[in-house]
Design a protein around this ligand. Structure first.
Ligand SMILES: Cc1ncc(COP(=O)(O)O)c(C=O)c1O
Length: 370
């Protein structure tokens, strides 16, 4: 039996045209709002740009192969999350969200779904493994969580929530499908803010949702069609173009993150470090069994808000910015948003594709200035 290629190798050509003589290696973006459509409506033909279009199809087919389930693309990670929540929840249902995850998902639920009778429960990520899921209709959880990188056992949680009749959706943004496979681990839905590592060049806002069951993906695709939350062909094509280099980018970013996390861990001016690849990290045991990569985000604590600000100013290779997953290293004092319950000196650091020796030198040099 020939050996099956890894997802990493498949990601290079996922969703590309079949290799036929005279055919280009790649699709270009197809700009279309209107398609020829005569006679009775053909359900298999493109009909209208809000319902479906070829550039989405190419990327969706590529992502479906990598995620292991039918995939729907969205114009942002938030619209992907909103699509899951709004299309699957009904009045009286209970949604479980992490209290320490990406805060706007909670804000969307509080502002737009609770008033229609959806009940919201929140839980710190560290308590998820021991949670009793009875009464939960849908859980949309993050592992590793953003920003503090706590983890839980997807397989164990999926088994528990399915037993009590609920659905499990995983926000896989911090790792991507090359770093963790939520559907293979038993989740019903995997979502991602492709604004981050999947696109990886800090020039596109994008998202997608992948589902194990066609019944779920049909509902989410229908929400996209009727709410009009659709991505443009240019953005879709840019994300598809970036997919071919995702594996090389991630390998470099994660290798460097491990080295940087070790250097920070040993540094006297760093109070604490969270990185799932450090054997002493509370996330390590789960990360090493269910993840293919330890990730490219490190959260570490300096003594105070002032020290964190001074550190960010003293770095020369690191852009101060929110967001993560780009080819360039970025970092921010995360408490500046006031939305996460974290210490004022915490720096969330997203390792980019710079050479490891240059980046580590830059960070160590900046710490020396404090
Ligand atoms: C874990 C996570 N989920 C979802 C989102 C939302 O993605 P977007 O900004 O593309 O709407 C983000 C953005 O930072 C995120 O970090």
């Amino acid at each position: 039996m020939p050996r099956k290629p890894s997802l990493a190798s498949l990601s290079i050509n996922a969703g590309a045209p079949l290799p036929e003589n005279g055919r280009a290696f790649r699709h270009g973006p197809e700009f279309a709002s209107t398609f020829h459509l005569s006679g009775d409506v053909d359900p298999n033909a493109y009909q209208y740009g809000r319902f479906g279009q070829p550039t989405w199809t190419s990327l969706e087919q590529g992502l479906a192969q990598l995620e292991g389930g039918d995939t729907i693309v969205f114009p942002s990670g938030m619209s992907a999350a909103a699509g899951i929540l709004t299309s699957l929840l009904k009045p009286g249902d209970t949604i479980l969200l992490p209290s320490d995850g990406y805060a706007p998902v909670r804000f969307y639920t509080e502002q737009y779904l609770v008033k229609f009778g959806v009940k919201l429960k929140t839980i710190p990520t560290q308590e998820i493994d021991n949670f009793d899921f009875s009464g939960i209709d849908l859980a949309l959880l993050e592992t590793p969580s953003n920003p503090m990188l706590d983890t839980f056992d997807i397989q164990g949680v999926a088994a528990k929530i399915h037993k009590s009749g609920g659905l499990l959706a995983i926000d896989n943004t911090t790792l991507t499908f090359l770093g963790q496979q939520p559907l293979a681990l038993g989740a019903d839905i995997s979502m991602s803010a492709d604004t981050k590592a999947v696109n990886g060049h800090s020039d596109v806002v994008f998202g997608h949702v992948a589902c194990t069951s066609q019944a779920l993906s049909d509902k989410i695709r229908q929400w996209r069609k009727f709410s009009g939350n659709i991505p443009g062909p240019m953005e879709t094509w840019l994300v598809h173009r970036s997919l071919s280099t995702l594996d090389v980018r991630l390998q470099r970013m994660c290798d460097t993150a491990m080295l940087l996390a070790q250097a920070l861990y040993e540094h006297p001016k760093v109070k604490s470090v969270r990185y799932p690849g450090l054997p002493k990290d509370p996330s390590y045991n789960i990360a090493k069994t269910q993840q293919q990569l330890f990730g490219f985000i490190i959260s570490f604590e300096l003594d105070s808000k002032c020290k964190a600000d001074a550190f960010l100013k003293a770095c020369s290779l690191v852009y101060e910015a929110t967001s993560f997953g780009g080819v360039h290293s970025t970092a921010e004092r995360r408490a500046r948003w006031g939305t996460d319950n974290i210490a004022p000196g915490v720096v969330r650091f997203s390792v980019g594709c710079e050479r490891a020796d240059d980046l580590i030198y830059d960070v160590m040099h900046a710490l020396k200035q404090l």
